[in-house]
Design a protein around this ligand. Structure first.
Ligand SMILES: [Cu+2]
Length: 123
């Protein structure tokens, strides 16, 4: 009986190890294809959040766009072969939101709802 238990332990340890090894290989593969970046996008409220995140919805190469209204931090995950960080920030600027590097056009900013007219960083 003890032997059987020992065999089960050894076999399950081996299985656990090989599943783990596969998982790590998959992760390494993913990080080679996708890049994660965090940058500041200025905004105020939940409506800003929908507009900011919405500017990257359905954009080829972007797999994650998450903006935090408390910290103004935008987290993106994207395939650098399909889109650049620069192009991502430009899309956010196109809908009226300044980031640490890209400034929205004044007329787009001015057309945002009043509650969304955040304090702009100095240009
Ligand atoms: Cu807003």
């Amino acid at each position: 009986m003890r032997k059987i238990i020992l065999i089960i332990v050894i076999v399950s340890a081996f299985l656990g190890f090989s599943v783990n090894a596969q998982g790590q290989g998959h992760e390494a593969h993913n990080s080679a294809e996708f890049k994660n970046d965090v940058f500041t996008v200025y905004g105020n409220c939940g409506m800003c959040e929908r507009t900011i995140e919405g500017s990257l919805k359905g954009v080829e190469g972007v797999t994650l766009a998450d903006w935090d209204k408390e910290t103004d931090q935008m987290t993106v995950s994207y395939n650098p072969e399909l889109i650049t960080l620069d192009a991502i920030k430009q899309k956010v600027a196109d809908v009226g939101y300044d980031s640490d590097t890209h400034r929205a056009k004044d007329e787009v900013y001015n057309s945002l709802p009043g509650c969304c007219q955040y304090d702009r960083p100095k240009s």
